[in-house]
Design a protein around this ligand. Structure first.
Ligand SMILES: [Zn+2]
Length: 415
């Protein structure tokens, strides 16, 4: 029959496997291809590769890529061997990985689609269940993580992100140099980060020259425990430092606005973003209003000037000058009598060593922006992941730089 040859070719089926029959069920829009293993060829143990006696045969079915618009199934009689050393084992099939109900080519297509659409959209499109699509994704990530070679890290970043609307967090470990996610850890405790360090070969850690992060005690503690000379490598990155100062400015505005409103003055109404935005990014219509406010005696205007000064303290090249610049700002904040700014100043003074490290080491998270945007998109798309494991999987799938595909080459070679 010609169609048997055709399907053998299409599927890359080679001896000792052969296509025994092809059944087209037009009503059901299905094609089923039956495959057998040549009786005359000795089967080999999948563990040790030794030729062994045959034990029995199991019939198994895989979903393959559709042939035209027909759902295509492969059904094979798969021999089981009895190995003296490994016991009864099913021989390897060249078209699928062990344990999967889909052929390698089909899984590859699912993986491709998952890069473009959500799990539920892929399930709908390919006529699969949500769990089946999720299973392909899990296997892809597990495969990728297993294949990932030990890789000396140079610059890493630790950052928390919430994964539900509640206060549930994971810690994302970034390889800032390669702009990818190394791992996603449970929670944001010192222990969570230490677990990651324990699991990473020391050769990969000893090459680290910088660890960027927020001024967060548990992260600092974990890095100090595991990375030699941590106090020269911990860098409090610009983004997080700016966020603390911005929060201080906002607090000053809220307090002042409340006071003014009590006196019937509405000057600060609707100005929140004006004080947080960088002036360069301001719309011209907002700018004139902002400049008026900025030049007043308002307390928030003073706080804002401090924030603005901090923004320009990142371009120093030497430790000494950087320290002088920051000392001056921290002194100003401390004497300002603006309680929120005094508080931020205290935090900055305690962590100044790491801020100076960030400046001197030239730590920047600029090329992580794309990765972060992707994580935010994933979060939105899934509307809150039900558990951390799923969220971790999705992040690693999309941002881990992993080799996710099943080994397609085996579909064309004998195992
Ligand atoms: Zn064996």
């Amino acid at each position: 029959m010609r169609d048997r040859d055709l399907y053998a070719k299409l599927l890359g089926i080679e001896a000792p496997w052969f296509v025994r029959d092809v059944e087209a069920r037009l009503e059901a829009r299905e094609v089923e291809v039956f495959i057998s293993f040549d009786e005359r060829v000795e089967a080999t143990c999948p563990e040790c590769g030794k030729a062994c006696g045959r034990h029995d045969t199991r019939t198994r079915t895989w979903r393959h890529l559709d042939t035209m618009q027909y759902r295509t199934l492969l059904t094979a009689d798969v021999p089981r061997v009895k190995c003296a050393e490994h016991g009864v084992k099913q021989v390897k099939v060249p078209w699928a990985e062990p344990g999967s109900r889909f052929t390698a080519l089909f899984e590859a297509v699912v993986i491709d689609w998952l890069h473009e659409a959500s799990t539920s959209a892929v399930a709908r499109m390919l006529g699969m269940s949500w769990d089946e699509v999720d299973g392909v994704m899990s296997r892809a990530v597990a495969r990728g993580m297993q294949r990932r070679k030990s890789q000396p890290l140079h610059s890493i970043g630790l950052d928390e992100t919430s994964f539900q609307r509640r206060h549930e967090y994971v810690t994302v470990v970034y390889d800032t140099e390669r702009a990818r996610v190394v791992d996603v850890l449970d929670g944001r405790s010192q222990q969570a980060v230490e677990t990651f360090f324990w699991d990473t070969p020391f050769e990969d850690l000893e090459t680290i020259v910088s660890v960027s992060m927020d001024m967060w005690g548990p992260y600092i503690g974990a890095v100090r425990e595991h990375i030699p000379d941590a106090d020269d490598k911990i860098a409090f990155d610009r983004f997080h430092v700016a966020k603390h100062i911005g929060d201080g400015v906002n607090k000053v505005r809220v307090d002042e606005h409340t006071e003014l409103r009590a006196q019937g003055i509405d000057t600060l109404k609707g100005t929140r973003y004006l004080w947080l935005q960088n002036p360069e990014n301001m719309k011209p219509s907002n700018r004139s209003r902002f400049e008026e406010l900025r030049d007043t005696e308002l307390r928030v205007a003073r706080a804002w000037a401090m924030k603005e000064t901090a923004r320009h303290l990142w371009s120093y090249k030497t430790r000494g000058w950087a320290r002088r610049g920051w000392d001056q700002l921290i002194g100003w904040m401390t004497r300002s009598r603006l309680e929120p700014m005094v508080k931020v100043a205290r935090t900055l003074r305690e962590h100044l060593w790491g801020i100076i490290n960030a400046i001197v080491l030239g730590v920047t998270n600029a090329h992580l922006e794309a990765v972060n945007a992707k994580i935010q998109k994933l979060k939105k798309r899934a509307c809150g992941y039900r558990n951390r494991a799923r969220f971790r999987e999705a992040i690693l799938f999309h941002c881990g730089g992993l080799d996710l595909y099943p080994q397609l080459a085996t579909a064309h070679t004998k195992s």
